[in-house]
Design a protein around this ligand. Structure first.
Ligand SMILES: Cc1ncc(C[n+]2csc(CCOP(=O)(O)OP(=O)(O)O)c2C)c(N)n1
Ligand SMILES: [Mg+2]
Length: 568
């Protein structure tokens, strides 16, 4: 792993080199992966660091600055689809010979070609429109300055144009020593012979199987999983996007899985460990689950048709095939011992009750309660399109899984871009659709509100407005001593002070704010006949505490049930 000191020093040298070469302006879009660069720009007094939330807009702003000054402006963004939004401004810069320097943060090289979240191929992303592309290696700080000078040189040498550097950064992204959670290690090693891909039955027969369905959906998969889970008496942890339901689904799977005692021991897995995990499709939204899969050593079989590989690198066997086809070939005798399943179902029930009680005690509006209300109130037969960042995680953790609601999300690269347009596309099928997003996600695609109004599709947009990027409160950037609070607010908190409802109204879209839980439930439950926007304003600074309170209450209830209070 790249040493954290090295990559921060590298970023500081790179930014220092840019300043030496005359760069005086950087347009930075919020994200986590670009943290070393953001901190370096914030600390460099010769370069003004401006935060612009929409990368497309940041690209054009940099373009205008460079056209007016002749000095290359710098744009900086996180990994994933963020970088794709620079293309129109890059094409203009290239064809108008305007100097521009594009710095895209990337995941570490070892995660390339895997299905790691918010990861895509960023090498040569802008093709012939960038004069120069370089895939930098931030491991030796001494190289940073030379890289900067080369970028400026390429951007400014006639004919001027675009120099693009892609820079992989590894965790920890902030200059503190991160303490990894000490999850219980349930090490089960397998000396079994190599798996015959046409038949995984011997690996499942008579064993305690936990089925994990990631972000993969479809009726056929749901039926195949339900059938196999029934025969194996296996509990199923299904990701919110998988829409897999059925009697064996642990409905509060994320919370059950995340519940730990104060020594960070996972209660559920500790008390009721599986012999083997059958993973279907890409990794799940629930981070506690994939952290456990990554570190526990539990035997895992992964079946995924994707061309991308396992980002966790934890499956003993990966079968690149359609999970439905593989599951159809499984022949196992019916498992008559359902104690394992019953224990997970009981935990689920305990957690469900504790969750309900805990949500009710939180002051409203709390973001966990909003997720629960939206999940349970949207109309039967409708689509629930959920945005990246907190909404999908909150829906996964706190929302009830419903058989008759189809959840959709843009989780290929986890962008916060294009959400309103995507929902409009879904609603144009005629199926009533609810879009549940954060405020930055709404603002990123705000121009689409006028299309929603114009096309009149059955779309209800619910915006949870916490005045910025709430998700970053959950990351080390929020508390690290290496990130001054003013810098945190400018580049991650990114408050804007806007309410979205008046913006929507200005585009002719009916829009209103709701405050009370019952009003939110009524607003979300009403038939969706014409487009409208519902806004609910929350307190970003309180969200993390709300989450902690709910998780604590759930863990306590589970521990009590498991007779392990002494461990809490
Ligand atoms: C196109 C794009 N740019 C940047 C990011 C990095 N990013 C991930 S979450 C997030 C904040 C989203 O804020 P908001 O929509 O208000 O949701 P909240 O976290 O507040 O619930 C950002 C900027 C991204 N995923 N996609
Ligand atoms: Mg927000």
């Amino acid at each position: 792993m790249t040493d954290r000191t090295h990559q921060h020093e590298y970023a500081a040298n790179l930014v220092g080199g840019l300043a030496d070469a005359g760069v005086d302006m950087a347009f930075i879009s919020p994200g986590s992966r670009n943290t070393p660069l953001t901190l370096a720009f914030a600390a460099e007094p010769r370069i003004r660091d401006l935060s612009i939330r929409d990368e497309r807009s940041a690209g054009f702003t940099a373009l205008g600055y460079a056209k007016a000054t002749g000095v290359p402006a710098v744009v900086v963004c996180t990994s994933g689809s963020a970088a794709t939004h620079y293309l129109p401004s890059i094409v203009e810069a290239d064809q108008s010979t305007t100097p521009m320097i594009v710095l895209t943060a990337d995941r570490p090289v070892r995660l390339r070609g895997t299905a790691a979240p918010q990861t895509m191929d960023q090498v040569n992303l802008y093709g012939s429109h960038a004069k120069m592309f370089t895939d930098l290696d931030a491991s030796d700080p001494a190289d940073g300055r030379a890289a900067a000078l080369a970028l400026v040189d390429h951007a400014t040498t006639s004919p001027a144009g675009v120099a693009h550097a892609n820079i992989p950064f590894d965790i920890p992204l902030v200059p503190v020593v991160a303490v990894p959670p000490a999850l219980r290690q349930e090490v089960v090693t397998s000396n079994d012979p190599p798996l015959d891909v046409t038949n995984i039955s011997p690996f499942l027969d008579g064993r305690k199987v936990l089925i994990v369905v990631g972000g993969l959906g479809g009726r056929a998969l749901s039926n195949a999983v339900t059938d196999l889970a029934d025969r194996l008496a296996a509990p199923v942890l299904s990701d919110v996007q998988s829409n897999v339901t059925g009697a064996n689904v642990v409905r509060n799977g994320e919370l059950v899985f995340a519940a730990h005692d104060d020594r960070k021991m996972l209660l559920a897995v500790g008390s009721h460990p599986p012999d083997i995990v059958l993973r279907l499709g890409p990794i799940s939204t629930a981070m506690p689950l994939w952290q456990w899969l990554e570190t526990s050593g539990v035997e895992q079989i992964l079946i995924d048709a994707s061309r991308l590989t396992d980002p966790l690198d934890s499956a003993a066997t990966t079968i690149n095939a359609d999970p439905v086809r593989v599951l159809e070939r499984v022949s196992v005798s019916r498992n008559r011992d359902d104690a394992f399943l019953a224990s997970w179902m009981r935990m689920d029930q305990v957690v469900g009750v504790a969750l309900g009680e805990s949500l009710a005690t939180l002051p409203f509006p709390s973001e966990p309660a909003i997720a629960a209300i939206i999940a349970s109130s949207v109309p039967d037969g409708s689509i629930l399109l959920v945005g990246s960042s907190r909404p999908i995680r909150d829906l996964d953790a706190f929302g009830t899984k419903r058989d008759n609601v189809t959840v959709i999300a843009n989780r290929g690269v986890n962008g916060i871009d294009g959400a309103i347009s995507t929902a409009l596309g879904a609603a144009l099928t005629g199926t009533p659709t609810t879009l549940y997003i954060g405020d930055l996600t709404a603002l990123h695609d705000v121009s689409a509100l006028s299309e929603v109004q114009r096309l009149g599709a059955p779309l209800r947009i619910v915006v949870v407005n916490n005045d910025g990027g709430g998700i970053f409160s959950f990351l080390p950037q929020a508390t690290s001593q290496g990130v001054p609070s003013e810098t945190y607010e400018r580049h991650w908190g990114t408050p804007h002070g806007l309410t979205i409802a008046p913006i929507a109204r200005s585009m002719g879209l009916p829009a209103r704010e709701v405050i009370a839980p019952a009003d939110l439930a009524d607003a979300c439950g009403a038939p969706i006949e014409a487009p409208e926007l519902i806004e609910i304003v929350t307190d970003r600074s309180a969200t993390l505490d709300h989450h902690i309170a709910v998780r604590r209450a759930v863990a306590l209830a589970l521990a009590r049930d498991e007779q392990v209070e002494e461990r809490l």
